[in-house]
Design a protein around this ligand. Structure first.
Ligand code: UD1
Length: 420
């Protein structure tokens, strides 16, 4: 199994381009199930999760043509089944995103119920309750969610008990072809939800209020094809910027979405970085300094994203002072901490809070990736550690970071993929 070998100690310097956002690309690919017209999605990141979603669409009989620039043309007119099997869902929970579009467009969906996950229990009850409110009949049998409706789904007023990103996306997609008006209250405001809504609007959907906590959808009878480019990845961008800050370097990320990173940039400035922004680029310059510790509390957008939490635990571990990081979204999202302790970090976890006392140096060690964002924090720790770090189970990293060794390598990191 591949591993990443990183020799720490070089400040990162240079320019890197942000890839397309995985978390926008996945719902947008699922949304193509809502039209029988040809549809083209551009700026897809080259990632395992994207391949899994394309494989899932292909397994339903959809025509999938990918070009070398990661544009994909999809033809749903050849769809011959509405099933997302366990083999694919177990490798990618976001497969649940096909549920809403399938039942709304074809009146039937069979989607394997996603099981537990490394970072917490992650139920999908709010997705199911919302579809039921729209008139779908939901049965869970043999580990599958079976959703059916006679005729069209019916518009409904749906209040989310908890802010859920993929839950909002599933019901947003389902509502576009429902009869009448749907109002989603306490909806997720994440930029990826907005990107999905913009793609649906380009397909002919009638949506207002996306980007706020109340989204209103007037159902239409059919959606049309379009060509839509996926937004840049704010989490990948943030990870490169933290890499600059943690190594005392200077990194400019281009072709990115500046506005979606406000909470992260504020924390980088607090950590002592000089942050400069243009229309579609961000530069972080640490001028060789050691970062100051920062306190973080994760919450739904526009607050600080849980997907950047692990990276800031890494930053705090070599900072001056003590940082407190509170994880409010997922119950078990500190698994990177045990691995970072192996590298000499001083971190204490109590419930959903990590207290990190910055140390002068981390030391390279063999460590194991446990989930996608945890693995990013191990790469960051390794970049600043003394000596070699070998990271095992990097398939987690490949789910979310495109060509990670090429991109970090181009910024001056000593990083390579090795077999043993
Ligand atoms: C999405 C992102 C993930 C990010 C997360 C939070 C994708 C593909 N993934 O995951 O990278 O970390 O948002 O920003 O976009 N919940 C329920 N019932 C539900 C649904 C969610 O209780 O039906 C809870 C979850 O357990 C969690 C919280 O709500 O505690 C937020 O989860 P949610 O926003 O749904 O995360 P995902 O959409 O799975």
């Amino acid at each position: 199994m591949d591993k990443l070998l990183i020799t720490g100690g070089s400040p990162l310097n240079g320019v890197v381009r942000a890839s397309g956002a995985k978390n926008a690309a996945l719902p947008i690919l699922a949304a193509t199930l809502l039209t029988k017209d040809l549809i083209t999605i551009k700026n897809l990141p080259h990632l395992h999760d994207i391949t899994t979603m394309l494989e899932l669409l292909g397994s339903m009989g959809c025509g999938v043509v990918v070009d070398e620039k990661m544009s994909v043309q999809l033809d749903i007119s050849t769809l011959n089944n509405c099933e997302a099997p366990y083999e694919l869902v177990k490798t990618m929970r976001a497969s649940i995103l096909v549920l809403g579009p399938l039942v709304s467009h074809f009146g039937r969906a069979v989607v394997s119920l996603p099981g537990g996950c490394a970072i917490g229990s992650r139920p999908v009850d709010l997705h199911l309750r919302g579809l039921e409110a729209m008139g779908a009949k939901i049965d869970v049998t043999g580990g599958n969610i079976v959703a059916t409706v006679d005729g069209r789904l019916q518009g409904a007023r749906i209040f989310f008990d908890k802010v859920t990103v993929t839950g909002t996306e599933n019901l947003l997609m389902a509502a576009t072809l429902a009869e009448g008006q749907t109002v989603l209250e306490n909806a997720a405001r994440e930029p990826e939800v907005v990107d999905l809504a913009e793609c649906l609007i380009a397909m002919g959907a009638k949506i207002t209020g996306h980007g706020t906590d109340t989204i209103v959808i007037e159902g239409v009878e059919a959606l049309n094809g379009t060509t839509y480019p996926v937004m840049p990845d704010r989490i990948e961008t943030g990870t490169f910027l933290v890499a600059a800050a943690i190594t005392g370097g200077k990194v400019k990320v281009i072709d990115t979405d500046v506005k979606s990173l406000e909470a992260v940039l504020a924390k980088l400035e607090e950590a002592g970085a000089k942050v400069a922004c243009g229309e579609n680029w961000i530069e972080v310059d640490m001028e060789g300094r050691r970062p100051n510790a920062v306190n973080i509390s994760t919450a739904p957008y526009p607050a600080f994203p849980t997907d950047m939490q692990a990276q800031f635990v890494a930053l705090n571990s070599v900072a001056t002072g003590v940082g407190r990081v509170i994880e409010n979204i997922f119950e078990n999202r500190f698994m990177h901490v045990d691995e970072m302790l192996r590298m000499g970090a001083d971190i204490e976890v109590m419930g959903n809070t990590a207290i990190i006392r910055g140390c002068d140096k981390l030391k390279g060690a063999p460590v194991m990736a446990t989930d996608l964002r945890a693995s990013a924090s191990l790469v960051l720790s390794a970049l600043v550690a003394e000596g070699d770090t070998k990271i095992d189970r990097i398939y987690h990293i490949d789910r979310g970071y495109e060509c990670i060794e090429e991109k970090f390598g181009a910024l001056g990191a000593k990083i390579s993929r090795v077999l043993n």
